[in-house]
Write a protein that binds this ligand. Sequence first.
Ligand SMILES: [Fe+2]
Ligand SMILES: [Fe+2]
Length: 326
Amino acid sequence: MTEDHYLREKIRQTLATDPHVGILNVRVQIDEKRVILYGEVSSTEKGEYARTIVQRQMPDYEVISELTPAIPPEGPPEGPYVRIAAAGDLHYDALSQGKLRSHFQKLEKEADLLLLAGDLTDTGTSEEAAVLVEDLKGLQIPIVAVLGNHDYHCNQVKEVGRILEEEAGVTVLEGDATVLRCRDLSIGIAGTKGFGGGFEGACGTLFGEPEMKAFIAHTEKISNQLKETLLSLRTDLKIALLHYSPIRETLAGERAEVFPFLGSYLLGKAIDEGGADLVVHGHSHHGRERGMTRGGIPVRNAAIPMLKKANLFYSLSPVQKRHILK
Ligand SMILES: [Fe+2]
Ligand SMILES: [Fe+2]
């Protein structure tokens, strides 16, 4: 048994047997001098308590809790609500015609709006955007999108955005917001592609070579813009739509080496400071669906290659702001 394996088992046993925690399904990652706890708990407080007892047990390690409160049981939300469909990482190429058309056509019955979380095309050409437009055409609900890194690849971002907006009525956001009215509710959506940089304890900083400073400065600028855009929204519900991840937790399953290229904690901080009821992102093909910001805002990774299904559906209600009902 390796030392890490022994430590993981010891932590799991502590959490399973503590009378105030009693969590059985915690995943424990040990990475250098950090311990990260993943899983679901019944409340935020219980997650913090679990982190504290593990920290006491392992004083030489930094213990990070990515434990999230379990989603409440399904059921109709109280009061008015909006039904949201979300999908990311469609990766449409020249041969994708019809790939998701049947799913898009069903959406009108199931959702009031569709969010697309970037990597809409595979290499960012106008031809690929035109193929996607053919599949989106005729959909009668509002579609709001951000672009992803793949959409930037061929330097045709403006043309890709124009095709989506003019030929399929998609609102493409980058550092700005749109306000929709659905079911007597106003919904503000702040959108940005986002960028990388990494997460607390393992992130890039504004230090060293000009290239590294430029990398982190770009993420800082985008994050500040996102925060200001969210603060400017005065709507019943606020959604942050990104391609890159604002939290580490929805990346669990990806190789740790690529975390800095999958998102940044600066985005999560900006969302907590700007305020939102839901965060949707993509980009992580091997991560997981659910997480939350440090401030308790629900985060959902909508990347189709990870979900192995075409869309996610949520109901979001101003009355039950921190509860998303599937
Ligand atoms: Fe992708
Ligand atoms: Fe991506």
